[in-house]
Write a protein that binds this ligand. Sequence first.
Ligand code: HSE
Length: 403
Amino acid sequence: MAKIAICGYGVVGSGVAEVMAENADSIARNAAEQVSVKYILDRRDFPDDPYEDLIVHDFSQIENDPEVSIVVEVMGGVGAAYEFTKRALMAGKSVVTSNKELVAAHGHELIAIAKKKNLNYLFEASVGGGIPIIRPITQCLTANKLDEVYGILNGTTNYILTEMRQNDASFEDALRQDQENGFAEADPTADIDGIDAARKICILSDLCFGKHMNPEDIKAEGIRGVTSADVEYAKRLGCKIKLLGRGLRTGHETATAYVSPHLVSNSSLLSNVDGVMNGIVVHGNALGDTMFYGAGAGKRPTASAVVADVIDAVKHTHARKYLDWDDAPDGYFTDSAYVPSRWYVRANTSLQQIGWAFGKVNFVTYTGAAEDEYAFATEVYDEISLRKLTGGMNLRSLFRILD
Ligand code: HSE
């Protein structure tokens, strides 16, 4: 019988306990032994909760119990979660996590500790909620040289953008609804400002390109600047606005990653990824594009990925799963401003100035559009050139277009 401890009894932790109990028989069959929860660590008490008796407040109890072979860290953050993960690994316990902030910032170091101790540090739930994406990248697609990964990586912002487009919802109402559904981070700023998506594209880029990216190097622009006018202009351009994280190789030994709102063409598969769903496209030189789609946030979808990792850790008690990347050489991370694309521009300017800068462009408008602005799509430019060309304009929005 394998015994686990869950650290953090919030949305994901309670989902893990629930799925472990509900699917105990199939989990035991898949793991080839019974798996049970021995402790749940949280600061709070949970009177009348079915797992009330398992609640502990001191991590040492878990650390010092040799019966516990796997620690599930679903606390979030890089404070106590980082400390407990290191202590669990040093105490000879494998660790499973959904903590993207910790994996993006310290995953390389924690994997190294796990490696030294012949243990596993598994994090399928850290990207894309319940979508299988870490295993496909590190197992099924390993015959390929992966050169690009991009997608909708944050359920909260996708939910808000979908509500704004489909139901004319206000930003605030859509966010409130999303928080009630348990999708947003404790501090939703991380969702709205693209920081959560930046951590996830960091992890995906680390795995796809095999070298460490510092999450703090990744430029993240969130959805605060997306207005209902942008949503309307995008519709007229045959697009939807989506917050994308994108990582790509930019040369033999260089790569970049960034997060920003994009106009995604209605003909792209990603344009139909709505609500809290996530969609991730991986491009490999042998396979071409492959898209992974599913529930990117929420209690049970995230628990689904966490529990699958627990089962994998049970099955690999004395064998390591290969899941790692190398340190990056100097100059590996390049500025995403050099990545070319078409652009959507909304600006308070004159037709003459647009003509001087861009020649002929594809203008769009809609009934009710502001009279003091123009919106148009450009040809392909990198961001540096684009900023120079729009330098004299009073810019209101500037988003990349994904054709
Ligand atoms: N707040 C995250 C999201 C949770 O909305 O996608 C899943 O990582």
